[in-house]
Design a protein around this ligand. Sequence first.
Ligand SMILES: Nc1nc2c(c(=O)[nH]1)N[C@H]1C(S)=C(S)[C@@H](COP(=O)(O)O)O[C@H]1N2
Ligand SMILES: [Mo]
Length: 267
Amino acid sequence: MKPSHPLTPEEEINIEIRRKTIKAFALFGLAGFVPFGVWKYIKNQPKTDGVENPLRNILEINCKLSKSYFSQVRLAPTFNKSEAAKKPKVNGREGLKKPIDLTEWSLKITSDYKEKKIVSLNIDQIKSLPKHEVIFEFKCIEGWSQVMHWGGARLCDLMETYKLGTRDGSILNNSDFKNLFKYVGMETPDKEYFVGIDMESALHPQTLLCYELNGKPLSQDHGFPLRLIIPVKYGVKNIKRIGNIIFTDNRPADYWAELGYDYFGGL
Ligand SMILES: Nc1nc2c(c(=O)[nH]1)N[C@H]1C(S)=C(S)[C@@H](COP(=O)(O)O)O[C@H]1N2
Ligand SMILES: [Mo]
C-alpha cells in the first residue's frame, strides 16, 4: 500500500515496526495471526522524544558509516551488568576443536572484487578501535536465552577505519549505499563453521567483534580470540573464533541455513 503523501517520520516508524514485527512472526510461521496486536504492543511502549523506544535515534551513535546508513535504528533491548549471567552457557563447538593461541591467529579480511584486497589484522589492531559493550538477551534457536555482557569493537568502525565493505575500496560517502557489498561472510580458521550476514545487520551499531565476556578476555569455548556478537540475530549467527571475513555480493555459505534454518536468522 503506497500512501499518496510523503510519509511523516512517525508514519515511517510505524511502517518499519509493522514490517519488522511481521518478519519476526513469519519466522515462526505465525504471520497473519498475531502481528497487529504485537505491533500495537510495541507501539504503546514508552517513547523518547516521540520515538518508540525500540527505535532510537541514530544520533547517539558515532560510527559515521552506520550513522549515515540508518536514519532510525531499532536497538535490541539492553540490561544492567548485574543482570548478566555469572556462568554463561557454552553452546556449539564447530570450528573450535583444538585450542588456538595468538601466535597462530590473525584476522584475514578479503573484499570480493577483481583485485582482491586482503587486510590482515592482529588482536591489538582490533583492540585499538573504540571499545563498546552490549548487555542483551542472547537467544538460541534451540529455545534457551540468557542475558550476556560482551565487549569489543563495532564492525562498522572496523569497516570505516580500514575502508572495507565498499566495492571500490572507498570510504562510504553519505548517500552512495549502492557502493556497499550486499553481504559479509565469516568463518573459523579451519572453515568448519561459517555464517553469512546481510550488510544492513553488519552495519548495525550493536554488531560487535568481541574479545571480552563479562569484562574478561574470551575463553576458548566462547570464541577466543575474536567472535561476532550480533544482537539482531539468533545465536547461530554469532560465530565464535573468526578467522576470515569476506565482503561480497554472492550470498556466503551459512552453516545452519544449509541445514534448513532461515538464512537471515533475525529476531
Ligand atoms: N565457531 C562456532 N561458533 C558458533 C557455534 C559453533 O558451533 N561454532 N554455535 C553458535 C550457536 S548455535 C550459539 S547458540 C552460540 C553460543 O555462544 P556461546 O557458546 O558463547 O554461548 O554460538 C554460535 N557460534
Ligand atoms: Mo544456538
